[in-house]
Design a protein around this ligand. Structure first.
Ligand code: NAP
Length: 291
């Protein structure tokens, strides 16, 4: 029986990973922020992996409060958890011959490009402080894996995958779609932005695709796991509320109507050119609502 260790196992993506690999008959070990587990302590991680001997580690842990990353305290935590700890983890996995999957984000790209980014595009400037911490992890991991040849690692013996995802939604976590559904229970009208465009992605699809990548031993490197099509936050909310026959009216507004601490671009679009075509975000929402 194969063993998978999930870091951040109580988060939105991590909890989906635990459920998925349990039903696939993996032996699953989940760790999350607690008195017993310290992701930021390199020796602690090394000992944990030596003791558990997993075949694969999936790192879903992160400091994900994007606005808090703009504060000195938040940035300090995010730098340790999002930037340094994942690089340490990959180094340990490489030394112990453990496959490692690290989750990254569309926010590593901050240039507001309308047609989006493919896997081999080099992020020059992240979108905001959170994006910078995630980009720093990617850069450290890429160095450990011998650099890039297009979007694959030069050293194909390094069994490491960087999986960029975006606009994640799922059960058991804070996300845009959940917030809209909860608000619609009590509010007659919701203002939602029409000028923020991205690729909503369901946690189930992300984990299934990670499993596909591992099962098929795809070339190690960077992958984009996102819905095959794009939408605005407004379209996203409107579609979900229509699907549940909500009477709440979705009113269009602009990003500038909701000033944020962190910079959020109008366009944050990832393109998948390496994996089989992914599902439409509408199919993903249908599945999410059916659970
Ligand atoms: N959500 C999105 O829209 C989105 C988009 C693109 C990429 N991503 C990436 O996808 C991954 C999963 O995101 P998510 O939305 O599932 O995040 P999440 O729900 O916030 O889960 C992250 C988990 O990591 C844990 N964690 C934080 N600091 C830790 C530490 N020092 N040690 C151990 N565990 C720690 C969190 O615990 P606490 O809750 O107790 O802090 C939480 O359980 C992350 O890498 C994120 O950057 C997310």
């Amino acid at each position: 029986m194969k063993k998978v260790l999930i870091i951040g196992s109580q988060g939105m993506l991590g909890s989906t990973a635990v459920d998925f690999f349990t039903t696939k008959n993996f032996s699953v070990v989940g760790v999350d922020k607690s008195a017993e587990f310290d992701f930021t302590d390199k020796n602690h991680i090394k000992n944990l992996l030596k003791k558990n001997k997993p075949d694969v580690v999936i790192n879903c842990a992160a400091f994900t409060n994007v606005d808090a990353c703009e504060t000195t305290t938040g940035l300090s935590v995010a730098t340790t958890v999002n930037a340094q700890a994942p690089v340490n983890l990959v180094e340990i996995c490489l030394n112990l011959n453990i496959h490692c999957v690290h989750i990254s984000t569309d926010y590593v790209f901050g240039d507001n490009v309308e047609f989006g980014h493919i896997e081999s595009d080099i992020p020059i400037q992240a979108m905001n402080a959170y994006g910078h911490t995630k980009l720093a992890a990617e850069q450290g991991i890429i160095i450990l894996c011998g650099g890039l040849d297009s979007s694959n690692f030069q050293n194909q013996n390094a069994s490491v995958y960087i999986i960029r995802i975006s606009w994640l939604f799922g059960h058991g976590g804070k996300n845009f779609l959940q917030k809209i559904l909860v608000k619609a229970e009590t509010e007659l009208a919701l203002k939602v932005v029409t000028d923020e465009i991205g690729c909503p992605t369901y946690t189930q699809d992300v984990i299934k695709t990670i499993n596909y990548i591992l099962e098929n031993k795809l070339a190690t490197g960077i992958y984009h796991v996102i819905s095959r099509d794009i939408c605005s936050r407004y379209d996203f909310a409107q579609y979900a509320l229509e699907k549940i026959n909500s009477q709440t009216v979705v009113q269009p507004c602009k990003l500038s109507d909701f000033p944020r601490v962190a910079k959020i671009n109008n366009f944050s679009i990832l393109k998948n050119t390496k994996l089989p075509e992914q599902r439409s975000w509408r199919e993903m929402v249908d599945d999410f609502l059916a659970v």
